[in-house]
Design a protein around this ligand. Structure first.
Ligand code: NAP
Length: 251
């Protein structure tokens, strides 16, 4: 495409307040930068205050430091962040344990951060969207792990399958209010989390061999898929889990 046909997206989200959880690092941070570049007022919610301060210096966003594993604190932070037009439930953790060694505390924490927090923050934001009557869009950051059983990832895979299921029910119930809910499901994306899970060269090579495009995803590429699902160009897309996986799931 010649540059004269390039779409100018600099105002795509102008006037929109976008809440992004886990905006301190990785995919959340890339998403905050991209949406700010496209005119959004970003509200960044994350755990480490230092990450939030750095992001605030860069894009002038509103910030809320909170542990989303605490449902009461998560709800209070979501209330403080209102009004919100668009929501990205991105915060997530991966605690790697073999199934036989998986402890209840690790399982519960993973479900609390990866699935329950999306429910709690989603409820607060959706109620606000319904009250204001202007509709909205929500993107939950899931994973191909919702559909694939990766060794050492039992709690993580369970949490992402739960998040995909939650996404579908939210889409079905909130559609009548003009609120669309979808998920993005990336394969290994080059962030601090991926470094922990896939940093070993042998593990990385095995994973790469399953990706037809033969590379891992860049955080900015997930951010672009999120922006698409938040934006008007996807206005009839609701309740999908969009793989951002270079063809992994097609194999
Ligand atoms: P990351 O680099 O580890 O960043 C995660 C962000 O979420 C950090 O800012 C982290 O803050 C925040 N966070 C985690 N737990 C939190 C909590 N309890 N309360 C508040 N904030 C919390 O991870 P990422 O790779 O960007 O992952 C982002 C999302 O993409 C996750 O949902 C992940 O499951 C999903 N995903 C990642 C990959 C991958 O390969 N990277 C693939 C598929 C899906 P602190 O650092 O301060 O704790």
């Amino acid at each position: 495409m010649s540059s004269t046909n390039a779409v100018d997206r600099s105002n795509e989200f102008t006037g929109k307040r976008v809440l992004i959880t886990g905006a301190g690092k990785g995919i959340g941070r890339s998403t905050a930068l991209l949406l700010a570049e496209r005119g959004a007022q970003v509200i960044a919610l994350s755990r480490s205050a230092a990450d939030l301060r750095a992001l605030e210096r860069e894009i002038g966003c509103e910030t809320h430091a909170v542990d989303l594993g605490d449902a009461t604190a998560a709800r209070a932070a979501a209330v403080a962040a209102q009004p919100v037009d668009l929501l990205v439930n991105n915060a997530g953790i991966a605690r790697l344990q073999a199934f036989l060694d998986l402890d209840v505390e690790a399982f519960d924490e993973t479900i609390a951060v990866n699935a329950r927090a999306a429910m709690v923050v989603g409820q607060v934001c959706a109620r606000g969207m319904i009250e204001r009557g202007a509709g909205g869009a929500i993107v939950n950051v899931s994973s191909i792990s919702a559909q694939i059983g990766f060794p050492l990832h039992a709690a993580y895979c369970a949490s992402k399958a739960a998040l995909d299921a939650l996404t579908r029910v939210m889409a079905v119930e909130l559609g009548e209010h003009g609120i669309r809910v979808n998920s993005v499901n990336p394969t290994v994306t080059l962030t601090p989390m991926a470094e922990k899970a896939w940093g070993e060269p042998a593990k990385a090579a095995q994973m790469l061999s399953r990706i037809p495009l033969n590379r891992f995803v860049q955080p900015g590429e997930v951010a672009q898929a999120i922006a698409y699902l938040l934006g008007d160009e996807s206005r009839m897309i609701n309740g999908v889990s969009l793989a951002v996986d270079g063809g992994f799931l097609a194999r």
